[in-house]
Design a protein around this ligand. Structure first.
Ligand code: AMP
Ligand code: GLY
Length: 447
């Protein structure tokens, strides 16, 4: 089979890496990909949002399956367009993708189908939103309705902070039309976890649980990022909780979508917070999480392509009957190395050192996110006998260094040993990825 993966981050590198292990696959393309991906797939310079160009490419290259990484093309309706041409694609259609593309839609669906989530109100008028903030007091969360690259959520501690968020979203339009409507919701407390499932609307097959680390600094300090690290499994999600989340969140929302005439096929991601009142949904995503995917896929022992084909074809029940998904019981940790200054301004083009040394370690994979290779010229090929290829930073999140271990502590130690081998000017990473999981397990043992 010939596969096209759309996207260019660590998630897409992990997808390409796992897809490359499938016995069904002959050749992988990635649009647009990155330096790490280009070692496994042929990268083609097409933007994920350029749907006509992607369709042309898929028809010309006779691609058998297209896998969509990021949310933007899904929310633009790439799946519907591919279906019109009878081209096979993994991901939800435009109506289903609204679950992520519109937080208002997601909240309304949750309210209608009794999926537990934070109490909320929807606003289009800044003055009314601010009056409401005065009424409810500090400690609320302000969210832009539309897609904002993970930056459209402000967890406010003071009334002024909440009001400033309203001003910047509705009045200053920092997220453009994505902030035409906003949500103000109660601030919840508890541990967070990411629950991802494969579904074709008739069947649900859960992936292993994971936990993301959204804040830039250790101990969950500083602004939110796209994700600074992840681990899988998330020990805080016991079997009992996992089943409760499936019952109260996953099945209810999929049933609700069916009742609304929406056929969901792909990965459904529920961002969960475990409150004293039980698990509640913070957000839905309609795609693989990043960096959760980097921590989940190394634990998957089944063929991902078979699972994706079954999902796209609506044959997950049969797939499950013949074995479903199997998992490596080891723990996996992914530490994101970011450019200095991220999630604010940062510089690209810093040379990355130590990649080969880290990749040589057993049970370690270095997934690339924002990276670029130096062009290999005849000049660089001559000379010292050293590798002619140089890697440079080319984005905020640069690498996802990933390690497996028998227990989470072992995975954490191994991953940080690999991180120690890597360097680039301004490199920043969190030193506490996985520590919550270690603490949680210690707690469970001492109980
Ligand atoms: P979201 O993109 O909606 O998942 O929000 C990003 C992050 O903001 C989440 O991972 C939480 O840490 C935090 N967050 C979102 N909504 C709430 C809420 N209602 N209460 C507390 N924290 C929240
Ligand atoms: N890790 C959070 C996300 O993928 O949105």
């Amino acid at each position: 089979m010939r596969i096209l993966v759309i996207g260019s981050g660590g998630r897409e590198h992990a997808l390409v890496w796992k897809i490359a292990q499938s016995k069904l696959v002959d050749k992988i393309f990635c649009a647009p990909g990155n330096a790490g991906i280009s070692d496994l797939a042929e990268c083609v310079d097409i933007r994920p949002e350029d749907i006509p160009a992607l369709i042309d490419f898929v028809r010309r290259e006779k691609i058998d399956l297209t896998v969509v990484g990021p949310e933007a093309p899904l929310s633009l309706g790439i799946v519907d367009e591919f279906n019109n041409y009878k081209l096979k694609i993994f991901g939800p259609n435009k109506k289903a993708a609204k679950l992520e593309a519109s937080k208002v839609f997601a909240k309304q669906m949750m309210a209608k189908y009794k999926v537990p989530t934070a109490d909320f109100k929807i606003f289009t008028d800044a003055e009314e939103a601010k009056k409401y903030i005065d009424k409810i007091g500090p400690s609320c969360v302000v969210k832009a309705d539309g897609l904002a690259s993970g930056k459209g959520v402000v967890v406010a501690k003071t009334i002024n902070e909440a009001k400033d968020a309203v001003t910047s979203m509705i009045e200053e339009k920092i997220f453009g039309d994505a902030g035409n409507r906003i949500i103000i919701e109660e601030c919840l407390e508890g541990a967070e976890a990411s629950i991802l499932v494969l579904t074709d609307s008739k069947e649900v097959i859960p992936l292993a649980s994971a936990q993301d680390h959204k804040r830039i600094f250790d101990k969950d300090q500083g602004p939110n990022t796209g994700g600074m690290g992840a681990y899988s499994p998330a020990p805080v999600v016991t079997n009992e909780l996992f089943n409760e989340i499936l019952d109260k969140v996953v099945y209810r929302i999929i049933d609700g979508l069916i009742k609304e005439g929406i056929d969901y096929r792909g990965v459904l991601y529920a961002g969960i917070i475990l409150t004293k009142e039980g698990p509640k949904v913070l957000e839905f995503n309609v795609r693989f999480g990043d960096p959760e995917t980097e921590a989940i896929l190394p634990r998957l022992s089944s063929d991902l392509v078979e699972a994706m084909l079954a999902t796209a074809d609506g044959k997950l029940t049969k797939f499950k009957k013949f074995g479903g998904l199997n998992w490596d019981s080891r723990a996996c940790v992914c530490v994101v190395c970011a450019s200095g200054g991220y999630p604010g301004k940062y510089e690209n083009g810093k040379e990355i050192f130590g990649l080969d040394e880290a990749a040589k370690m057993k049970d370690v994979v270095v997934f690339h996110a924002g990276t670029k290779k130096s062009p290999v010229t005849s000049h660089t090929l001559t000379g010292t006998g050293q590798s002619p290829v140089k890697y440079f930073t080319n984005g905020g999140r640069v690498l996802g260094v990933t390690g497996l271990g028998n227990i989470i502590k072992e995975a954490v130690d191994k991953t940080y040993k690999a991180v120690d081998k890597i360097s680039f000017e301004g490199m920043n990473y969190r030193k506490d990825i996985g520590y919550k999981a270690i603490a949680n397990i210690k707690n469970q043992i001492s109980k």
